[in-house]
Design a protein around this ligand. Structure first.
Ligand code: KG4
Ligand code: ZN
Length: 338
């Protein structure tokens, strides 16, 4: 069957055609149009501009992908329906609905967070019954909009363990980065900066918010405020200070994410750990999480970098799994996560 995936929950417009026949699975076309340069001057995503850009990009990307995929018919439409920026979600949903009506084919609503972690099974070609071997899976999505820890009991059956009470990790990094002169999105730029600039750095201690609390919630606004004070008390930030602050910010984020994940592994004894989300592109975090494989004796799935950030391939695959498992359709909901 041919599955069309549509992603418009935030600032990436994505269209993907996926061909799936039993155990065989092939990407026919996977296109993404990033809006980053349009939002840069606002220092974050401006929802109504994002909606207008999705509206403009969707038909164009769809036609290009159809040509590239050389497909004659579509069998299923999968579209992100939650969580996300509401005007953006509607844009993708209405576009998908039109196609599903015209072609008389089913439309499946997909949860953006499940798509971020299910992509791991796609990459390793783990399909059908084979997925069961890795469930329950502990899932951690770390992105610009989300920091969520949840259990995947079955596909489509999730138990939320915890989430951020304020800023998501990506949002916190982007805001701290902005304060230190990095344009939006700052996450990848800080990551590259720390990799390149070694040497003398300021030793500084930043908080590890909620690390000792016996729950699975997160909070990163305190970390942002702590950096704000460090910057404010100095007239000018030297390279040595910038390096020290950013290094320590990364360590703080790493410590909190790993501590909560390890605690969840010990309590819930999952068969696998599934990661996802844009922040997981960072090499330092990837290495740190991979260490848990030996330490906690658990299979750790980390998506390839290009599949960590928002894309339509993850939506097409998650939609196919929902359809195959006869799961209920998910309606649009901006806030409802897992
Ligand atoms: O998953 P995603 O594309 O969108 C959301 O669903 O939010 O994640 C975007 C976030 C941004 O905050 C961006 O700064 C961060 O992912 N990001 C990174 C890296 N690449 C993207 N953060 C750290 N290191 C990276 N290499
Ligand atoms: Zn995302």
């Amino acid at each position: 069957m041919i599955v069309l995936g549509i992603e418009t929950s935030c600032d990436e417009t994505g269209i993907c055609f996926l061909e799936i026949e039993k155990e065989k699975i092939k990407i026919k076309s996977n296109l993404i149009s990033s809006q980053v340069k349009f939002h840069e001057k606002y220092g974050g995503v401006y929802p109504f501009l994002a909606k207008r850009l999705h509206e403009k990009n969707l038909p164009f990307l769809f036609e290009r992908a159809k040509k590239e995929a050389k497909i004659k018919k579509i069998d299923l439409v999968a579209v992100t329906t939650r969580p996300g920026l509401e005007p953006c979600l509607w844009q993708g949903f209405n576009f998908g609905k039109e196609i599903s009506k015209k072609e008389k084919i089913p439309l499946v609503g997909v949860n953006h967070l499940e798509a971020h972690v299910l992509i791991n099974f796609f990459e390793k070609k783990i399909l059908g019954e084979k997925i069961r071997k890795f469930l329950p899976g502990l899932c951690l999505v770390v992105s610009g909009g989300h920091t969520n820890l949840f259990l995947m009991k079955e596909i489509g059956h999730y138990q939320s363990l915890g989430k951020t009470r304020d800023d998501a990790v990506g949002e916190c990094q982007d805001k701290i980065g902005r304060l230190l002169g990095f344009s939006y999105p700052a996450g990848p730029k800080i990551s590259a900066f720390l990799k390149k600039k070694k040497g003398n750095f300021l030793k500084i201690a930043l908080p590890r918010p909620m690390i000792n609390q016996k729950n699975f919630d997160f909070s990163f606004s305190g970390l942002k405020t702590a950096v704000f004070y460090e910057v404010q008390k100095r007239k000018k930030i030297s390279l040595r200070e910038k390096l020290g602050i950013l290094r320590e910010m990364f360590f703080s984020i790493r410590d909190v994410l790993i501590a909560k994940t390890e605690r969840a592994i010990k309590i819930f004894q999952p068969k696998s750990l599934l990661l996802g989300g844009g922040v997981i592109r960072d090499d330092f975090l990837r290495k740190e999480f991979k260490k848990l494989e030996k330490k906690e004796k658990i299979k750790v799935f980390i998506p390839q970098k290009e599949n960590c950030t928002d894309n339509a391939l993850m939506v097409a695959f998650a939609g196919y799994l929902r359809f195959q498992n006869h799961l209920p359709n998910l309606r649009i909901s901006a806030k409802e996560d897992i």
